[in-house]
Ligand binder design. Structure first.
Ligand code: ATP
Length: 891
């Protein structure tokens, strides 16, 4: 399912209805305390107020409330319907979700509003009538299907009101996060009359008991769901299916035990009702809080779980609050008004539910139906042939032999019919399994997409945390600067930025765990299905082999083989559909991967900027090739109004840049100097070079927020790379890293020796390991390594080494380019793989990958050139370069 258009925030509409005073209330001498002042305002007066009581004069509990609509005893059912629900119908038909729910204490008139009476029908009937009218008006162009379900939540259990014998049902959250009632009866209807009959039938099943507060008190929450699916009759290439859902909910009334005088079973019901309404109240409270990270606990009751989308998700929602005007109900009315008042602040985010069904899939369906009619025709032909043959046999008196053989041929025919039946059954079974496998693949894809969505939410939080940590550090640094030296020594500077993880992130983690479990389950199911499929296929093949033995005429044989062919085609057809859907999902999955790269880019940019800031702030001298890399990075930023592809190549530069920082131990050294200057030290992330972490750097890293972000970023980066090996991101990285390692000159090495002193041995060991790893993993990187090292040695060994080295470098660059081109070709020809299945690569994804590949390759070329330049420069300018050692020594 795809989102249709933009989503927009929408405020919950709150209406208030005051019912007329009833006989019982009049008998008890109640006065009217709730008044409608105007179309939107109501006033509730305190019945305890005594105008002559001077002491209470300033403690008035009279209060006025504003709502979207205010209705009193004068309002008819039609008025209520028009003011609250009529406006939703157009939206439902266009594919929006909507909810109308009646809220209020027991006996306040909720069922009257929603269901009404035979003479004064309520919102259910009026809405459905109008809905069908609208459908009829547009049915020339549009094709509609309407289905409905009706359930009640009684004592925290769900009952199907259209099929009460089905027992209690469970609520399940599907992979898209929307709540479904497992096993609920969904009746497809074609007209309003039928839906009304179903409604009446369902209502009879609803739990209703007389209580002291209401003779026909509903002891359950009733939920009527109507789903409208709409699609254009004229077929387009991309056919849209709009799905609008309407929930109409008649809640049970909140009640006070004293008022209802309930005992035993009734009291238990009341407790359940109150519990779920309390949960609803809590959700309303949480949702109505403005700003901040609000956590809404929908899980406390079935009612709130079911209303999740209506309250906080994708739905236009109308709440009709009900109160009695009687002075006896003051407390209940006040509570209801307070909740309704809060509910006004709730915002939902509505979007149209569109499903783009590729018309090609519809075409495949047409092919299937064509094939079916072909099968039908062929079967008829077989029968006709059989009759004809029998007639001929009887008419031809000369063929005495045929009479003799009649028995045996009849036996043959029976046997063949049996065989044919078996064949058809096995084909049908195969088709079913194929379809199930297709559905499993789809669900699996959906799970992967959802997992990515949740991972993104977690990644967002990690970034936010890093931002907060940075802010805190800056403030802390400022504070430290303001303090004098003695205070600095005593101040340990505990990190105050450690903030609690928001509930959404915890929920995202929970969801991921659930999704992983679900994925495992699907995998098991798939294995089973595949096994069954291969068994059935084997059986079908055996049957096909047996066929010719039982067939008496050539014509019949042909017909039957055609029949088989038809089934084969049908199977192929299903496979095509499956692969089309898979491709669509792969595209969506790729979008998520791209999003994740985008996030990485932001993180990388931040780290680079921060590190650069430190270098600038403290006038640190950096090795020239590092500067070179930084320049390329900055150029890259300036050049383009960065598209997606650039985030990838910048990420690569960042990796090379950080790898150089890490490998050279630059920050190790500068951090020592830094530490003496200030208490805040930032270190680069431990970069995974061909899967290894520079342990020395890791050990030296200070306990700052940067470390956490960097470690997480590195981990995430390596995960992303693993997960999408099609991008072959590691190769340019490896190449870059190995080049940066090997293109280091003797001078540079001595420079590092000077800086790092004792850690040089360790650094050399690591370097050797990295190179070994790179060589064993990739031919290209190994060849570049070799080339790099040759260039170096000739450069340093010979006095005329520069020109020779230059030539060798050029040769090496050419060789590298050749190898890359070969690799690129190989990559392009490679098929697009999903779950081990080879698929042709979809056009737009292929072009996106090509962009990424070419940029990464270009980047590599530029980078390797720049490396060569750095190489040359360093050896020439060795005498001029002022290395950080002087800075270090100076400090
Ligand atoms: N606006 C109204 N006009 C006339 N009668 C009404 C109105 N509202 C409610 N009533 C009557 O008041 C009585 C109680 O109403 P209703 O059963 O709808 O209350 P309720 O809020 O659904 O109660 P419960 O939560 O106990 O089910 C019914 O007899 C109903 O006909």
């Amino acid at each position: 399912m795809k989102d249709g258009g933009e989503s927009k925030d929408q405020q919950l509409t709150v209406a208030l209805r005051i019912r007329p005073l009833n006989e019982a209330e009049v008998e008890e001498g109640a006065t009217i305390i709730a008044h409608k002042v105007d179309e939107q305002m109501v006033v509730l007066m305190d019945p305890m107020e005594d105008p002559d009581d001077i002491l209470r004069a300033n403690r008035s509990r009279e209060k006025s409330y504003m709502f979207d609509v205010a209705l009193d005893y004068e309002a008819t059912q039609e008025d209520v319907y028009r003011a609250t629900t009529k406006g939703l119908i157009e939206g439902i038909i266009s594919g929006y979700n909507a909810t109308v729910f009646a809220y209020g204490p027991t006996g306040a008139g909720k069922t009257y509003t929603m269901l009404g009476t035979d003479y004064e029908p309520g919102i259910y009937v009026r809405t459905l009538n109008d809905l069908f009218k609208s459908i009829e008006e547009t049915s020339d162009d549009m094709e509609y299907t309407v289905s409905m379900s009706y359930l009640e939540i009684y004592n925290e259990m769900i009952r199907d009101l259209l099929n009460p014998v089905s027992g209690f049902l469970d609520l399940r959250e599907d992979s898209k996060g929307s709540i479904q009632v497992a096993g609920i009866t969904e009746v497809s209807t074609i007209n309003a009359k039928e839906i009304m009959q179903l409604l009446v039938k369902g209502n009879k099943q609803r739990t209703q008991e007389p209580t002291a507060a209401n003779k026909t008190s509903s002891r359950s929450h009733a939920v009527l769901e109507v789903t409208v699916r709409q699609k254009n009759r004229v077929r387009n290439i991309l056919q849209e299916v709009r799905i609008g859902r309407l929930f109409m909910i008649d809640l049970a009334g909140s009640e006070r035990a004293s008022q209802t005088q309930n005992r035993g079973k009734r009291m238990k019901e009341g407790a359940h009702i109150n519990r779920s309404l309390l949960a609803l109240g809590n959700c309303i409270n949480a949702l109505s809080e403005k700003g901040g990270n609000k956590y809404v606990n929908y899980r406390d009751s079935k009612l709130t779980r079911l209303l999740k989308d209506s309250l906080g998700g994708n739905s236009r929602t109308v709440m009709i609050a009900h109160i009695s005007p009687a002075s006896l109900s003051f407390e209940e009315s006040r509570n209801t008004l307070t909740y309704a008042d809060r509910a006004k602040n709730i915002k939902t985010r509505v979007k149209r539910n569109l499903m783009n069904v590729s018309y090609h899939i519809a075409q495949y369906t047409n092919i299937i139906s064509d094939l079916r009619s072909e099968i039908h025709r062929l079967k008829k032909k077989i029968d006709a042939q059989r009759i004809q043959q029998t007639k001929n046999d009887k008419a031809d008196i000369r063929n005495v032999q045929a009479e003799v053989q009649l028995h045996s041929s009849q036996y043959d025919r029976q046997e063949m019919d049996r065989l044919r039946e078996q064949l058809v059954t096995t084909f049908r079974e195969q088709m079913d399994i194929r379809r199930n496998l297709m559905e499993l693949d789809n669900s699996n894809m959906q799970i992967q997409i959802d997992t990515s969505r949740h991972l993104l939410a977690i990644a967002d939080w990690v970034q936010e945390k890093a931002r907060r940590a940075r802010k805190w550090r800056e403030e802390y640094r400022k504070e430290i600067d303001n303090k004098d030296e003695s205070e600095k020594d005593s101040d340990t500077g505990d990190d105050q930025s450690d903030v609690m993880e928001p509930p959404e992130v915890a929920v995202a983690r929970e969801h991921i765990a659930v999704l992983v479990a679900e994925q495992r389950k699907l995998k098991r199911q798939k294995v089973e299905l595949e096994k069954r499929f291969s068994d059935i296929r084997g059986r079908a093949q055996k049957l096909e082999e047996l066929l010719p033995k039982w067939i008496s005429s050539e014509q019949q044989r042909e017909v039957l083989s055609l029949l088989c062919k038809v089934h084969e085609l049908e199977i192929e057809n299903t496979e095509m559909q499956s692969s089309a859907l898979l491709k669509e999902n792969v595209i969506r999955q790729t979008d998520y991967v791209v999003q994740r790269f985008e996030q990485h880019r932001h993180l990388c940019a931040e780290i680079i900027q921060q590190q650069r800031q430190i270098i600038d702030d403290h006038n640190l001298l950096v090795p020239p090739h590092l500067n070179e890399l930084y320049e390329i990075y900055m150029r890259e930023l300036e050049e383009v109004s960065l598209g997606l592809t650039c985030c990838f190549c910048i990420l690569c530069i960042f990796i090379a840049y950080s790898a150089v920082l890490t490998i050279t131990g630059f920050f190790k050294t500068s951090s020592c100097a830094q530490r003496r200057k200030s208490s805040t030290v930032l270190t680069p992330p431990p970069i995974h070079v061909n899967g290894m972490v520079n342990q020395e750097v890791k050990r030296k890293q200070m306990l700052t927020g940067t470390k956490n972000i960097a470690v997480k970023a590195a981990r995430r980066r390596s995960k992303v790379l693993e997960s999408d090996n099609r991008l072959r991101i590691l190769e340019p990285m490896k190449e870059k890293t190995s080049i940066s390692l090997h293109s280091m000159s003797e001078n540079e090495e001595s420079f590092y020796r000077g800086i790092t002193g004792p850690s040089l041995t360790l650094y050399k060991q690591q370097q050797a390991q990295i190179i070994k790893h790179a060589v064993s993993e990739d031919n290209i990187s190994s060849s570049t390594c070799e080339m790099g090292s040759h260039g170096e040695s000739s450069q340093t060994d010979s006095p005329h080494g520069w020109s020779q080295a230059q030539k060798k470098e050029d040769k090496a660059t050419n060789r590298r380019e050749e190898l890359l081109e070969a690799k690129r070709k190989k990559r392009r020809s490679r098929s697009f793989e999903v779950n081990g299945q080879a698929l042709p690569r979809p056009k737009n994804v292929a072009s996106r990958f090509q962009q990424l590949e070419s940029i990464s390759d270009n980047r590599f070329a530029v980078n390797s050139q720049s490396q060569s330049r750095v190489h040359g420069k360093t050896s020439h300018a060795a005498g001029k370069v002022k290395f950080p050692i002087s800075h270090h020594a100076g400090t």
